[in-house]
Write a protein that binds this ligand. Sequence first.
Ligand code: UD1
Length: 367
Amino acid sequence: MHLLLVAGARPNFMKVAPILRAARAAGHRATLVHTGQHYDHQMSAAFFADLGMPDPEYHLGVGSGSHAAQTARVMESFEPVLLEAGPDWVVVVGDVNSTLACALVASKLVERTGARIAHVEAGLRSGDWRMPEEVNRVLTDRLAHCLLTPSRDAEPNLLAEGIEAARIEFVGNVMIDTLRQQLPQARARRLPAELGLTRGAYVVTTLHRPSNVDDPQSLRAVLEALGRIGERMPVVFPVHPRTRKNAAALGLEPLLARFRLLEPVGYQDMLALTQGAAVVLTDSGGLQEETTALGIPCVTLREQTERPVTVTEGTNRLAPWPLTPDGVEASWAAALTSRDGMARIPEGWDGRAAERIVAALAARTPA
Ligand code: UD1
């Protein structure tokens, strides 16, 4: 079996790494494509280094742009790669523009190449069509021949959209494979000590969703809440390039100055910070899952989550929407006192999802 694995943006790398390793360990061929949607060292190369990922066989170098321009550039440059590589499966992960772009290309060429589409992290739904990720998820799932789900709540979402049960397979959460594998190295990182942080006595925050950082009111509300929290405990804030740019454009940089600001950090440093935090406040999808896997309380700064299992079983809670300084602060306070809650780790978040993904695809590949 030959897998063509697509990675494009930061949250893809930790999902692709274990699949690449598991495929090769099982004697299959695996070829890696990096679309270049993320290209800054700290958004991309730092992750390849931390995760021990080999250089990609193909680098498309598409970079930033409008959604249309970025998606179109991925499509145009991925088409010849797919034709040349001739895999059995195009494996796309998550919900970024690169995910949909490559699935769409593969779908148009399936008769010619015979390469089918596998979507890892299928079936997550926020129900919010204003989110670019929701559009990417729903359309990618519609195109995929094999839908690999990370949690049990994903399958009903797919069935409700008319997707045949035979295409769906529950495999668990591959991101947790990486988390488990990297935890010992993360615990040895010196960044938390260098920042003078005490375990269990600081907040980690990340923000990058357009709904938060492109909207001045929302960005101001979150930064003000974090400022209040910062009077009680240190707030460590690795800043996404988009957030930094918007804060500067909106004149909100003085608010940022209240925090322990960092450039985006690599995978191991982020995990080191997260696993020692009192509470994480974030709009990231990945961090909602990682905090649940680690048993660290999380406040999600979103109107809804496509990862409800992190709320029903894990350590996550949604801040009241629309975000206000009082609402965010109250959620932080509630999360802080919930440390001994009854959270449990969802089924299939056991570090072996990549093996199950490879086995599922091999079983669906004609000899
Ligand atoms: C993308 C994903 C989002 C994911 C996020 C993680 C889509 C639709 N969104 O959002 O789901 O959670 O990645 O970060 O695919 N930039 C840099 N350097 C980089 C990358 C981006 O400076 O290496 C800046 C550019 O100004 C760019 C902006 O960040 O225009 C946004 O980047 P983009 O890839 O369009 O989306 P993200 O907001 O990162």
